[in-house]
Design a protein around this ligand. Structure first.
Ligand code: SIN
Ligand code: CO
Length: 410
């Protein structure tokens, strides 16, 4: 059979069908990435080097107004920080902040950072859909910052891949690929001790700067401005290891014989130095630990469960007057279904991972991957599944838990 070129229309259509409408397909050039295709961007820039993109989203509007952002920062469930640089002194406070606790927009040199805006607002979540050419498993959140004139968080580096999208007003960015990432001591936030910028640009609404982890950067507002940071997490080896070991312990580590056995020391002699740690005890513990085993399937289970775990502050809204299953099916058949903006749904060849829990794909293999990729299913597709009471019962349960809703977002 002749090989298809990567741009064969059938392949392109198939790839497109699995993506949300706002997300560029891997082989389609897009203004979002300065005329590159996502495939080219990932090859040349992702985790490698910065990229400035003028007018990545030309008609961009801030997903939230200044007032709506301030209102979000007043919410207990929202992670927010206020950073001020008054009289050349850096200060950091954690929210929530009532609007009268924030400096006025006319006061210079302050910034409000609101983390996880995508969890609280559908328009903020919709912005993330454009960036799903990178795997959901890497996506962290959308942070929105508001800065008054001269405001910023100081020269620093992040351990994140980040797209810094200017959504309102102007910000001057300076960046550098310096090796010296030492920090100033005694400050409440991480500020580089020796910032050596190499490039500098003023970003206007619609412009975007991609930075891989550990690129030094400093963004200063020119007039009041708002910036959206689309962040992708890169867990450190320490974090991965400790999370995996914790997961293994929770699951019940298999010490080779499939059973949990008690520590035993029938040959322990009487001791004259009770406080002394017996070498034989340490050796026995070492022997137990050396027998801890895990498989590739365990690693997949851990990664899927861990990366689909909602953040600690996430609370799902259950429907106030839930529809019974028959009414839910009728609504979904008419209007389709959409994953709630807080839902994380990942899958692999064997399982799916929904908000931190693993389930076997089994029959759901026919429909779940498409729902997870697009984060929605239209009414027509739902109708084709609605004869299967297992599917409708499962989706009704998700609806009652607040993990999906009826209707498809425009
Ligand atoms: C900001 O939006 O003010 C800071 C974003 C960043 O530097 O990572
Ligand atoms: Co940063």
């Amino acid at each position: 059979m002749p090989k298809r070129s990567p741009d064969h229309p059938v392949d392109a259509r198939k790839r497109r069908a699995s993506l949300p409408p706002a997300c560029p397909a891997p082989d389609v050039a897009t203004p979002l990435l300065g005329g590159l295709t996502p495939a080219q961007f990932m090859r040349k820039y992702w985790q490698k080097k910065p990229l400035l993109i003028r007018q990545a989203i030309p008609d961009i509007e801030a997903p939230l107004s200044r007032e709506a952002l301030f209102a979000l920062a007043d919410n207990d469930d929202v992670e927010s920080r206020l950073i001020t640089h008054f009289r050349r002194r850096w200060a950091l406070e954690h929210g929530p902040f009532s609007p009268d606790e924030l400096p006025t927009p006319k006061t210079r040199q302050w910034t409000l950072l609101v983390q996880g805006a995508d969890l609280h607002d559908d328009r903020a979540r919709a912005l993330l859909e454009r960036f799903r050419f990178a795997p959901d498993a890497r996506l962290d959140d959308l942070m929105i910052s508001y800065a008054s004139d001269g405001g910023g968080v100081g020269p620093h580096f992040d351990s994140y891949d980040v797209f810094l999208l200017q959504v309102h007003g102007k910000r001057r960015w300076r960046i550098g690929a310096q090796r010296d990432l030492s920090l100033q001591e005694g400050l409440p936030l991480k500020i580089l001790a020796n910032f050596q910028p190499e490039e500098e640009w003023v970003l206007e609404p619609g412009d975007m700067l991609y930075l891989p982890p550990h690129i030094a950067h400093d963004g200063i507002a020119e007039g009041e401005c708002m910036t959206c940071s689309i962040g992708f997490r890169s867990p450190s080896t320490n974090e991965l290891t400790s999370q995996f070991l914790y997961w293994l312990a929770e699951r019940g580590a298999d010490n080779g014989n499939g059973k949990d056995t008690l520590y035993r020391d029938p040959d322990q002699p009487a001791v004259a130095h009770p406080a002394q740690l017996p070498a034989a005890l340490v050796e026995r513990v070492g022997g137990v630990l050396a027998k801890v085993r895990w498989s590739d399937a365990d690693v997949s289970s851990f990664v899927g469960s861990w990366l689909s775990e909602p953040k600690a502050n996430v609370v799902f809204d259950t429907p106030e007057k839930p529809l019974d299953e028959a009414r839910f099916v009728a609504q979904a058949a008419k209007n389709g279904i959409t994953l709630d903006r807080r839902t994380i749904l990942l899958y692999d060849s064997r399982s799916y991972y929904l908000n931190g829990e693993q389930y076997l794909l089994k029959e759901a293999r026919k429909w779940l991957p498409a729902l997870a990729d697009r984060r929605s299913m239209d009414g027509k597709r739902f109708v084709t599944l609605s004869h299967d009471s297992c599917v409708t019962a499962l989706l009704h349960e998700w609806y009652r838990a607040g993990w999906i809703r009826t209707g498809v977002l425009a």
